[in-house]
Design a protein around this ligand. Structure first.
Ligand code: GLU
Length: 295
């Protein structure tokens, strides 16, 4: 059984870039007769906008993207993340680190394992790092084929819990994807880089690998990635069709005029039926927002 997911961070309302990730993961799941789960990644309160989770869910509903099962919130799963960290601390697989970002930058930008054998305690606030015993230097993306990860990055003992007590994205995402039985991750190409670390976590946890598909990123007029941090405008909930059609063009669909004139549910059903990975633009880089739009 195919299980896919959409995992937005509630740092703001859904914008065109996150609609691409939502739609791409939805079409891929439904074209494979699979489930499409929604997980709200609310593990970084300082970067969150009050009310954004609710807003995101209402937007998915407005676009008739129906999720399967209950919405999962990472903020309710801290105990699971902490349990895994505790297990790794007691087995020696994880350790506390007090190096500053500045010190790491000065030693070349990659963390070289300075605190690995220091047996530091957590009495003074420390980051928790994982001993990288399963570095991953490449992986297969369902669209782009073999993608490589620079060696120092793949080999770094990365942070699984930050000094300020927040759990790291890589840890939470992998524990949740495993727990929810996700078989394929479909998301924006901005997350190609952390994929190696996530596969390393799968290996360390003795889990079988899953599939990955990275979608092209949308750029704004200034060549910036559309993101909540860049204040990308929210997509329209009251009139979803224009953004839906634009997002489908961006994902490489060739829509006939009679499809474009259909209802939302007809357009989505047509999308599920016609979705193919090979229709996606080839770039793993950023793609101008309107590049696929017929002129
Ligand atoms: N929460 C992440 C984001 O909104 C996406 C996580 C993922 O798909 O792995 O950028």
């Amino acid at each position: 059984m195919y299980i896919g997911r959409f995992a937005p961070s509630p740092s703001g309302p859904l914008h065109f870039g996150s609609l691409i990730a939502a739609l791409g993961s939805y079409f891929q799941a439904k074209a494979n007769q699979g489930q499409w789960l929604v997980r709200i990644e609310d593990i970084d309160p300082p970067r969150e906008m009050p009310g954004a989770s609710e807003l995101i869910l209402r937007t998915l509903e407005a676009y008739q993207l129906e999720w399967d099962g209950e919405v999962v919130y990472q903020s309710q799963r801290h105990h699971l993340y902490q349990q895994q960290i505790d297990a790794w601390i007691s087995s020696g697989q994880a350790y506390y680190c007090q190096c500053t970002r500045k010190a790491i930058k000065e030693s070349g930008g990659y963390y070289l394992g300075t605190c690995r054998d220091k047996q530091l305690s957590n009495d003074t606030p420390s980051a928790t790092r994982l001993r990288m015993t399963q570095p991953v230097y490449e992986f297969i993306d369902q669209k782009h084929g073999r993608l490589t990860i620079p060696h120092p990055l793949a080999e770094e003992d990365f942070i699984i819990k930050r000094r300020d007590g927040l759990f790291a994205y890589n840890l939470a995402v992998v524990l949740d994807d495993i727990d929810q039985g996700v078989t394929e991750v479909v998301r924006g190409a901005d997350l190609i880089e952390p994929t190696g670390r996530q596969i390393s976590l799968y290996k360390m946890l003795g889990q079988s690998p899953i599939h990955y598909l990275h979608l092209p990123l949308a750029l704004d007029e200034n060549g910036q990635k559309l993101s909540k941090q860049n204040h990308a405008p929210a997509i329209d909930n009251s009139n979803p069709k224009p953004a839906l059609l634009e997002a489908m063009h961006f994902l490489g669909f060739q829509l006939d005029p009679h499809i474009e004139q259909g209802n939302l549910d007809e357009i989505i059903a047509w999308g599920v039926e016609n979705w193919q990975i090979c229709q996606l633009p080839n770039t793993t880089e950023i793609t101008p927002r309107f590049s696929n739009r017929p002129r």
